[in-house]
Design a binder for this molecule. Structure first.
Ligand SMILES: Nc1nc2c(ncn2[C@@H]2O[C@H](COP(=O)(O)OP(=O)(O)OP(=O)(O)O)[C@@H](O)[C@H]2O)c(=O)[nH]1
Ligand SMILES: [Mg+2]
Length: 205
């Protein structure tokens, strides 16, 4: 596994800050890449896979437990930001309010946010709450690409069908890039890293 990506030393990573309140969000400093998606889609697993670590980000069997924004610092040059998951049916009204408050505060007035990775389980496709999140991304005019997670779960035929369906979905900004990923098999890792580097470090997108 390549532990140097675009000059970033992936041995030098840590969980820098866990923010549960809008005032704790980081709006300055190094560029940020945010991970967005419903609970259980594989955000924390993707963080671990990209960083080549097994347990840096907590992968939970119980979805939607904590509503926090987790900042992983990469070689002092980049933050990978694990946003709280959504679409958790049993979440209380109060927690849903907390989620939207924290999420909107994260996107608002955020000049260090360079790219959002919108995760979509390729077996499930876009859900109703994904559409709410996509509305936020369009409203705040944030650059995003789709990461189709858990691609190891489908055979080639179903994978092709589902990717085609996603590519032509009008809920996505026209021309949206889709990267197939498996955190279990580390499929898509180098491709996704080069996108991230392109949007953050080299800035040529
Ligand atoms: N087969 C397969 N399973 C995966 C993959 N990525 C994640 N999972 C599994 O999906 C479940 C949820 O993964 P998480 O990474 O915790 O998901 P999350 O989006 O961080 O969930 P929340 O923190 O609740 O928002 C776990 O059981 C993972 O092992 C993948 O690429 N392939
Ligand atoms: Mg998680």
């Amino acid at each position: 596994m390549e532990m140097n990506q675009g000059g970033l030393n992936l041995h030098n990573v840590s969980l820098a800050i866990t923010a549960g309140l809008p005032t704790q969000l980081i709006k300055y400093g190094v560029p940020q890449v945010a991970f967005s998606g419903r609970s259980n889609v594989g955000k924390s697993s993707l963080v671990n896979s990209l960083l080549g670590r097994k347990k840096l980000a907590r992968v939970s069997g119980e979805p939607g437990k904590t509503i926090t924004v987790n900042y992983y610092e990469v070689d002092k040059k980049l933050f990978l930001v694990d946003l709280p998951g959504y679409g958790y049916a049993r979440r209380s009204k109060e927690d849903t309010k907390k989620w939207s408050g924290l999420t909107q505060s994260y996107f608002g007035m955020n000049s260090v946010l360079r790219l959002v990775l919108q995760l979509v389980d390729i077996k499930v496709g876009l859900t109703d709450t994904d559409l709410v999140m996509l509305d936020y991304l369009h409203y705040y005019n944030v650059p995003y690409i789709v990461v189709a997670t858990k691609c190891d779960k489908l055979n080639k035929t179903d994978l092709t069908t589902n990717v085609r369906r996603l590519l032509k979905d009008p809920a996505l900004r026209p021309g949206t890039d889709i990267i197939l990923y498996s955190a279990v098999k580390n499929i898509g890792r180098d491709d996704l890293w080069s996108k991230i580097i392109q949007y953050t470090i080299t800035g040529d997108n």
